[in-house]
Design a protein around this ligand. Structure first.
Ligand code: NAP
Length: 272
């Protein structure tokens, strides 16, 4: 009480995740690639997971070269329970049991409600809701045994509010936020935190595909279509991958131990 503060441990340590193994699903490109690089910069060994071997290999090689940590690639379709089980087992054998999991892999398909058939619904649920559930099941036991863990799910503003033409995506992202909230309470005394980040429109292939879709369906120009998307964000722009990655990395820090069950909105004020 009253003594001078001379150090802020986790802020002063530039490798606070050293010795940790982080698994980032969808880590080969888009938001996930930026998250994987951020965690590596903070000292974590990283396994990037996705469907595309070449992209994953390139990302893992670049991470090791730049950040001098161990990095590996695992081809896993997070819509396939058996592939998840085998891929996470291989990842743990290679770099040790993961104590950080970022559930980032996701697909964003759109359709008006009356054209949302069961196949589309099931596909999105499988990847965006069941995928995070199954991946989390693969790592939780190890985190509880270690008495330390960080689980971050990249949900969406669509996990907290409704948007037209994306019923299945909204439902899946709401499901993933619900899982985060329930699990956060369940493991609150065990050293494991469970959070979501909820970005608005981020400058990735998902937005490029959304723009292509709007252009094809409405005949608008790319500039008009982009203006329509960024109008959701009071800052009038797309969120960047780096902004999302920084929020995820912050949630993974040892000093973020009190932050659990949260859905951090990264959307320039779109949602409050
Ligand atoms: P992206 O550039 O399209 O990347 C999607 C990533 O997920 C890729 O690495 C992809 O890798 C992987 N992936 C997709 N399906 C997969 C599957 N079945 N199994 C394994 N990996 C799979 O999209 P992004 O914008 O970075 O999206 C990342 C996350 O952010 C998603 O969950 C998305 O819903 C969420 N999000 C995005 C935005 C946005 O505006 N961009 C906004 C809010 C939330 P492969 O192709 O190699 O499989």
């Amino acid at each position: 009480m009253g003594s001078a503060v001379t150090d802020v441990p986790s802020m002063g340590d530039d490798k606070p995740l050293s010795g940790r193994h982080a698994v980032v699903t969808g880590g080969g490109r888009g938001i996930g690639a930026h998250v994987a690089a951020r965690l590596a910069k903070l000292g974590a060994d990283v396994t990037v997971v996705g469907r595309t071997q070449a992209t994953l290999d390139a990302q893992a090689t670049a991470i090791t070269a730049r950040h001098k940590v161990r990095a590996a690639a695992e081809v896993v379709d997070v819509g396939d329970p058996e592939a998840i089980k085998n891929g996470f087992a291989r990842a743990a054998d290679r770099l040790g049991p993961p104590t950080i999991l970022v559930n980032n892999a996701g697909i964003a398909l759109s359709a008006p409600f009356h054209r949302t058939d069961l196949d589309l619904w099931n596909r999105i649920m499988q990847v965006d809701a069941t995928g995070p559930f199954l991946c989390t099941q693969q790592v939780l036991k190890g985190m509880l045994a270690a008495g330390w863990g960080r689980i971050v799910t990249v949900a969406s503003g669509a996990g907290l509010s409704g948007y037209p033409y994306v019923t299945a995506y909204c439902a899946a992202k709401h499901a993933s936020v619900g899982m985060v909230r329930a699990l956060a309470r369940e493991v609150a005394t065990k050293g494991v935190t469970v959070n979501a980040v909820c970005p608005g429109y981020v400058d990735t292939d998902i937005v490029t595909n959304t723009l292509d879709n709007i252009i094809a369906k409405t005949g608008r120009s790319r500039e008009e279509a982009l203006a329509e998307l960024v109008a959701h964000n009071p800052q009038g722009r797309l969120v960047t991958c780096d902004e999302v990655a920084d929020a995820v990395a912050w949630l993974c820090l040892p000093s973020s131990a009190s932050i659990t069950g949260q859905s951090i909105i990264i959307a320039g004020g779109e949602l409050m």
